[in-house]
Ligand binder design. Structure first.
Ligand SMILES: [Ca+2]
Ligand SMILES: [Ca+2]
Length: 97
């Protein structure tokens, strides 16, 4: 019986590990609350622009944020964070990220 409990605990541990691996923190989620606020999004856009040597455009970033924020609650969460296109892109296309 003890053995069975051990197996169950190991099983639970594996499940927990899998879940946390799936719920990977979004890189834009600076404070790790699971959603990306407009501030976090803009900060990330600014950092990206800086990295790419481009000029950061706050208005443009806010526009992009508003487009992603489908329910308009001021946070990107759940499906709003998934930016994958519905039709899979050609596998040969290089990733720009
Ligand atoms: Ca956050
Ligand atoms: Ca939202």
């Amino acid at each position: 019986m003890k053995r069975l409990v051990g197996f169950i605990l190991i099983g639970l541990g594996v499940v927990v590990l899998n879940v946390s691996a799936e719920e990977k923190k979004n890189p834009a989620d600076a404070n790790g609350d699971g959603k990306v606020s407009k501030q976090e999004y803009c900060d990330r856009e600014a950092a990206k622009a800086k990295r790419d040597g481009k000029e950061y455009n706050q208005a443009e970033a806010e526009k992009k944020f508003a487009k992603k924020d489908k329910d308009g609650n001021g946070f990107l969460e759940g499906d709003e964070l998934i930016s994958k296109p519905k039709t899979p892109a050609a596998p040969a296309a290089p990733k720009s990220e």
